[in-house]
Write a protein of this length. Sequence first.
Length: 284
Amino acid sequence: MIGQVLVNAVVLGSSLALLSVGFTLAYGVMHVVNFAHGAVYMLGAYGVFILSQQMGLPFGIGLLATIAIVAALAPLLHWLLFRHVYGKFMDSLMVTIGLTLVIQGLAQLAMGPEHRNVRSYLGSVIHVGGVAITAERLVVVVAALASLAAVYFFVVRTKLGLAIRAAEQDAEVAGLHGVNLDVVSIIVLAISFALAAAAGAIMSPLIFIDPYIGEDAILLAFAVVILGGLGSVAGSLLAAMALGLTLSIAQTYLSLDAGRLIFFALVGAILLIRPSGLLGRKTA
């Protein structure tokens, strides 16, 4: 039972890590609170449903195509919306909530309000030490780790990544040194969208899909980002795994709602002691 709880925790934590890291990357560079991030997660799930279930593409191709299509929306939405709300908390909040409502409305018009589900594309179960792991759950963990590793390599090992880190630390100084902040912001937003879409896509065979699944996802992701520390990628990873473990234990022995209550209480208690979050930087 303990092994099964840990497996469930890692699966849930991995998907939340993808969602939360994308959220915190966008905040770190643009200082925009993107509450439309959950709607992007929903688009990832629907994209795989349409491409792999309705159009008959292999799941892997549908997943990669969905991520690419959703990420391609970033430049357009940056030009229309995000570039106007850099560093403006309430403005970005209102704009992205409005964007969420638009995306949800369009999804409901296109797909209807009913629940959908993506058929199992592997169907096998792996047994390790008495713990049963479906192949789809293993794919969630592997895909999440591979995606996060790719983002880490890009941010740490490339020139564009250096520009992103410079903009995150001090956008004004980075701009004075020739960093094009608009280009950097578009790239970061595209990465953020890609990670959110990937989270929704890899979770699609494990959940029911409807136009409003993003609401629950963004609530959990926001709690993770706040606990980890706004702008801290490492903090988001740590908090995502903590939430995954809390929900897994509660779902096994209590209920999912009890797990959320316990986690949010934990977040409140930690923030009373450390307002900047687990690994967030203190501000003057």
